[in-house]
Design a protein around this ligand. Structure first.
Ligand code: HEM
Length: 403
């Protein structure tokens, strides 16, 4: 437990560190990767380059420090991050490395302003925060291992089938090489893939949402090929999966994780909205809703650039026919090619949404950041309360409200 003076020092210095947040964490990563290059096997290099992870970690550490005397209030946020850490294989012994380098970065950036008292207070606070993460993650590792068909760390899965879903999205059907059971999951959860392409020095890890309802003898992920656009490089893992990984090859996979899940205790209508490859958790939720006995009313809305980018179109059309009493589905094309039909051209907006859905529903959405911001804004404007708005970002979570 921290004493009152330490808590006071922490709370009074949080705003100072927030001002320097980005500089400190950029410095922190440089130092940490210099001292521990092996951690480049775990961190996402693309996120590092774009400064995304720096911001995510900085915000989390300062948010935790600001709540240092009531950490239980931010436990749900801690759990979401801990799910990702567990899926990535973060271990207790990693925490002191992050702590030492973070403190050294604070000292370097703040210089004399970081007195011994301040540094000591931050060292203690980091220790308390790290202990919370370590104990939450320990429970998650245990849970993942003890679950029927579950396991700890990474397990080898054979790519049983590779199926092209659109010009840019391909599905991978994965079965464990050991022939054993696989753990079930909540619709909306992801698995984490670890690969080491031949031309890469380090392993690369990526989370991919499971794109079918649970209950199969396989896991399925559906991956968008991220080609280079402008000064944004191609996605190392997605291009490797599309171009190099063949049926019969083996991938390292960690057990399903994630807190963006369909709340199956409710009976309210559901609206599932996706942009591009954000459809993956939505398909899992959709299939689950259609096989459940409570027959909730479902509206499925998918936005794609055009018909050739529209994945799983026939599958959703078939489901819509088979479950006409329960499901309505729509697709919106940003720029349809000649002759392609869709329910709306351009983007999803509130006036259109109001013609196809009702605001008494629970809304689940996933897609690229501009899509997420537009949908969140539309739902707020429509008066949908926060507890019926559920979303998941690709990559590091960020704020929907900062623009
Ligand atoms: C992701 C916070 C310790 C490795 C994250 C994210 C946050 C965070 C907020 C982003 C989650 C998201 O995308 O939704 C923290 C805090 C820590 C801590 C507050 C200490 C108390 C660690 C440690 C390691 C680590 C000890 C391992 C050395 C990672 C990795 C990611 C991540 C690899 C994934 C993002 C990427 O690859 O760019 N963490 N973390 N974290 N964290 Fe931590």
């Amino acid at each position: 437990m921290l004493d009152a003076r330490t808590i006071e020092v922490i709370k009074s210095t949080v705003p100072v560190l927030e001002v320097h947040g980005q500089t400190i964490t950029t410095q922190f990563y440089q130092m940490m990767f210099k001292n521990h290059p092996e951690l480049l096997n775990i961190f996402n290099h693309a996120n590092q380059r774009q400064g995304k992870q720096s911001a995510a970690l900085a915000n989390a550490v300062y948010a935790a420090a600001a709540h240092i005397d009531r950490l239980e209030e931010i436990l749900p946020v801690v759990k979401g991050i801990a799910q990702k850490h567990r899926a990535l294989g973060i271990m207790p012994e990693h925490y002191p490395i992050v702590g030492q380098n973070l403190l050294a970065a604070i000292k370097t950036v703040l210089g004399d302003a970081a007195t011994d008292e301040i540094m000591d207070a931050w060292s203690q606070a980091y220790g308390v925060i790290a202990d919370v993460f370590i104990s939450v993650e320990a429970e998650m590792y245990q849970e993942a291992e003890q679950k029927e068909g579950g396991w700890r760390g990474f397990r080898r899965f054979v790519v049983e089938r590779k199926v092209k879903e659109s010009d840019v999205i391909t599905s991978f059907y994965l079965k464990p090489e050991d022939g054993g059971e696989i753990a079930t999951y909540q619709p909306g959860q992801y698995i984490t893939v670890r690969v080491k392409p031949k031309d890469q020095e380090f392993t690369h890890l990526r989370h991919y949402s499971l794109s079918t309802a649970p209950g199969h003898a396989y896991y399925r992920i559906s991956v968008k090929r991220e080609d280079a656009v402008g000064n944004q490089p191609a996605g190392v893992v997605s291009v490797h999966l599309h171009d190099k990984v063949k049926e019969g090859d083996v991938l390292d996979i960690s057990a399903p994780a994630g807190d963006f899940t369909l709340d199956q205790s409710k009976s309210s209508p559901v609206v599932l909205l996706s942009g591009g490859v954000g459809l993956t958790p939505m398909i899992s939720m959709l299939e689950t809703l259609l096989t459940s006995s409570d027959k909730r009313d479902v509206v499925y809305i998918h936005a794609a650039r055009c018909g050739s980018h529209h994945a799983m179109k026939e599958h959703v059309e078939q489901l819509t026919k088979d479950h006409a009493d329960q499901l309505r589905s729509y697709h919106v094309y940003e720029a349809p090619a000649a002759g392609e039909s869709c329910h709306k051209t351009g983007f999803i907006d509130l006036p259109w949404l109001q013609t196809v859905a009702n605001n008494n529903a629970d809304f689940y959405f996933c897609g690229p950041t501009p899509f997420m911001k537009a949908i969140n804004h539309a739902l707020k404007k429509w008066g949908v309360p926060d507890d019926r708005i559920h979303f998941e970002f690709f990559g590091p979570a960020s704020s929907l409200n900062n623009e």
